[in-house]
Design a protein around this ligand. Structure first.
Ligand SMILES: Nc1nc2c(ncn2[C@@H]2O[C@H](COP(=O)(O)OP(=O)(O)OP(=O)(O)O)[C@@H](O)[C@H]2O)c(=O)[nH]1
Ligand SMILES: [Mg+2]
Length: 266
């Protein structure tokens, strides 16, 4: 980024104590108001939904379409390195750099306090800039910036966006013909998530060795007419596995599906 630019941005409400405690009734019952009442130091009006604003160095980057932060912060590219988030475990993210080293990274506080509708700021698959901590073993670092995302699979949690994975091209929606029984409604839910996040869906029906494939033809036909590619597979017999491999080639893929449908086997 050539020139430092300052912008005003919304911040989350300060994460302090609750403005009022929730145990008044219990305290009243315990106390009984016999001699003196409980201390009246509670602040019962807060600033409510009023947001805090601050000035940060960066650019406005919100296109309103892909989920992400509304600002793209400036980072010192002489000390920060690009990396990819492999997984997120609570406050820690595992970030892989270009030479394959994995760093345990925390997230810069500024990123966590910029106002956003995301549930967590960092998601698996994110491309980030992180500052490695010198000579730390295991390798540690601090995530300083998250690059704009494309292709996200999200779900909504209490009006917040939970990004399950970011920056993927294709989602292999794996289901099984039997054991667990075939559930088209799970496929439909993932299809919706894929369409919404701009990820290309690939429907995979595994374990077809357990049923007569003719039973599945009407379903395959329905999805086919909607323009989706459907693969019938069996990890057990190897049927269709080569086609599955080819369909994944050259793309960033995410494999999704209920437990036990055979994702690991495939
Ligand atoms: N008959 C049959 N069984 C299969 C097939 N593919 C997988 N299985 C069996 O299904 C069971 C579950 O397979 P996994 O690959 O562990 O399933 P998963 O989707 O990875 O499950 P989670 O890791 O729990 O999400 C295993 O016992 C596999 O042997 C198949 O094509 N046919
Ligand atoms: Mg598995």
């Amino acid at each position: 980024m050539a020139k430092k630019k300052k912008i005003r941005t919304d911040f989350r409400k300060n994460r302090g104590d609750r403005p009022r405690s929730s145990d008044w009734t219990r305290r009243y019952k315990d106390h009984g108001f016999e001699d003196e009442s409980p201390p009246q130091v509670e602040r019962i009006s807060g600033k409510g939904e009023l947001v805090r604003r601050r000035t940060v160095c960066g650019e406005q980057s919100d296109d309103g379409e892909t989920p992400g932060l509304s600002v793209h912060l400036d980072v010192d590219e002489t000390v920060c390195r690009p990396g990819r988030v492999l997984s997120v475990l609570g406050l820690l993210s595992m970030v892989e750099d270009s030479s394959g080293n994995v760093y345990r990274c925390a997230t810069r506080r500024l990123l966590k306090t910029i106002s956003t509708d995301q549930r967590h700021v960092v998601a698996a698959g994110d491309r980030v800039y992180f500052r490695p901590v010198d000579d730390s073993e295991p390798k540690e670092g601090m995530i300083e910036r998250i690059e704009p995302r494309y292709g996200c699979v999200c779900r909504a949690v209490r009006r917040r966006q939970h990004i399950i994975v970011a920056n993927v091209d294709q989602i292999a929606i794996v289901s099984s013909a039997a054991e667990p029984r075939f559930k088209p409604n799970l496929i439909d839910r993932l299809l919706l998530a894929a369409e919404k996040g701009g990820v290309r869906p690939l429907i995979c029906i595994n374990k077809i060795d357990l049923v007569d494939p003719a039973v599945l033809q009407p379903t395959v036909g329905v999805y086919g007419r909607m323009g989706y590619r459907v693969l019938l597979l069996s990890a057990k017999t190897g049927f269709g596995v080569e086609r599955f491999r080819q369909a994944l080639q050259g793309r960033e893929n995410v494999i999704a599906g209920q437990s036990g449908v055979g994702k690991s086997s495939l």
